[in-house]
Write a protein that binds this ligand. Structure first.
Ligand code: ASP
Ligand code: MG
Length: 418
């Protein structure tokens, strides 16, 4: 059994859906579960619907939803002939579910409505794709993941009930010879309320399925050749890394590389299920395989984080920075929900590099102001290089206006003015 995941970009128009079908065609001999995201930017569009609805702008919400509907209907019309009516009736049910809700007045919390509305993106995309596969004679079974992936009711960031879901997933995929199609990113509570697992959560859904089904591998199909050692838009010399360890990927994600949703790794790593990142534009490319295997030779991995803030805290009475200052500061950070990307402590000062989350930064500066003199500098860039060499260090850092520099044996980080 293999699990595939196709993201929004891989199904964002008619040609891409046809391309996806041709990839699946070549795997028809193997038992396969396919997890799919919403098409293109549908989730963003649905977020706008939820916002308008919640802020009492019902007409606007309905109009915005109408745009989403039309886009999906147009795609379905292009792709389907014999299966169009069956697809239309299923799509109409999903549309009606949302429209009913939009006609009501919000009485519950925002996150609840967000999930009830936003989850439809994945339902629509998978419905069209499943009918299209039938149309081109790729037999498949469409599953509503909300019947099998059970979660708590922490809306917008739901936690999966593993035991319950495990039983249901195994039941649902009890005929493994059949191709199964289902939605990423969404789940359901025991009270039948839809939930979502956090933005970009489809990778995570795919990892959950792979874990439960003891899959031989999970393949994430993307529009890039594989996982690269830097963003090719910023570093034209970037190369694909054919092999990576789970640990390396977690490290890369921590430093800000947008490779794979970090929650994806654990369910795979636990069962030593390799993760493949492959290019849907050219499936013949080997892509990247991520596994428990330790990889010795890696090129320097570069991650750039923009919009960084440097907060410089200095004790007001010239006293040394002690454990009390530090513990109070960390308590405040955790209460506000900020995580520093870099910390440097000196005799009478502490320097923190943080993402520029404006509201939280202002709050932190105000609270720290009781104990410290506070200075804030914005619009900085944090450069992280793993497996750095002397040459790359010179090339990327020398000549820059560096404000903070830290290095361990593996990782070098420099904060500079852009
Ligand atoms: N459609 C969702 C999102 O855009 C989930 C995903 O793409 O993984 O966040
Ligand atoms: Mg996506």
């Amino acid at each position: 059994m293999k699990v595939f995941k196709f993201g929004g970009a891989s199904v964002n128009n008619v040609e891409r859906i046809q391309n996806m079908a041709s990839i699946l065609q070549s795997y028809q001999q193997e038992p396969l579960v396919v997890i799919i995201s919403a098409m293109g930017k549908t989730t963003n569009a649905l977020e706008k619907v939820a916002e308008s609805f919640f802020n009492g702008r019902k007409e606007e919400a309905l109009q915005l939803f109408d745009i989403v509907k039309k886009q999906h209907l147009t795609t379905a019309k292009y792709l389907l002939v014999t299966h169009f009516n069956a697809c239309l009736s299923q799509l109409t049910d999903f549309f009606t579910e949302v429209e009913w809700l939009l006609h009501d007045k919000p009485v519950r919390e925002y996150d609840y409505y967000y999930d009830q509305i936003v989850c439809v993106g994945e339902l629509l995309s998978t419905c069209i794709i499943s009918h299209y596969l039938n149309e081109v004679k790729i037999k498949n079974e469409w599953m509503d993941v909300r019947d099998i992936l059970k979660t708590d009711n922490r809306f917008r960031n739901a936690n999966v009930y593993w035991e319950e879901s495990s039983i249901k997933v195994k039941e649902a995929v009890s005929t493994p010879s059949l191709l199964h199609i289902t939605q990423g990113f969404i789940g359901c509570t025991d009270e039948n309320e839809s939930t979502t697992l956090g933005r970009e959560g489809s990778d995570y859904t795919a990892a959950i399925f792979a874990n439960i089904l003891d899959a031989e591998s999970l393949t994430i199909w993307k529009d890039v050749e594989g996982v690269m050692n830097a963003d090719p838009k910023q570093f034209p010399e970037a190369v694909v890394m054919n092999e990576l360890s789970f640990e390396e990927v977690i490290e890369m994600a921590y430093y800000g590389a947008q490779v794979i949703h970090p929650k994806t790794i654990k369910p795979l790593q636990n069962k030593s299920i390799p993760l493949q990142v492959k290019c849907f534009l050219d499936p013949s490319l080997s892509g990247t395989t991520i596994s428990n295997k330790k990889i010795k030779q890696l090129p320097p991995v570069i991650v750039v984080k923009e919009k960084q803030v440097l907060m410089h805290l200095r004790t007001q009475d010239f006293s040394f920075v002690g454990e009390q200052h530090i513990s109070h500061l960390y308590e405040t950070l955790s209460r506000i929900g900020l995580q520093p990307n870099l910390v440097q402590t000196g005799a009478i000062s502490i320097q923190l590099c943080l993402d520029d989350k404006v509201e939280q930064i202002d709050k932190l500066a105000a609270i720290a102001g009781f104990t410290f003199d506070v200075q804030v500098e914005k619009e900085l860039v944090l450069l992280t290089i793993r497996h750095y060499t002397k040459a790359i260090q010179e090339e990327k850092i020398v000549g820059k206006d560096v404000l903070l520099l830290q290095q361990t044996k593996e990782t070098l980080q420099a904060l500079f003015r852009s």
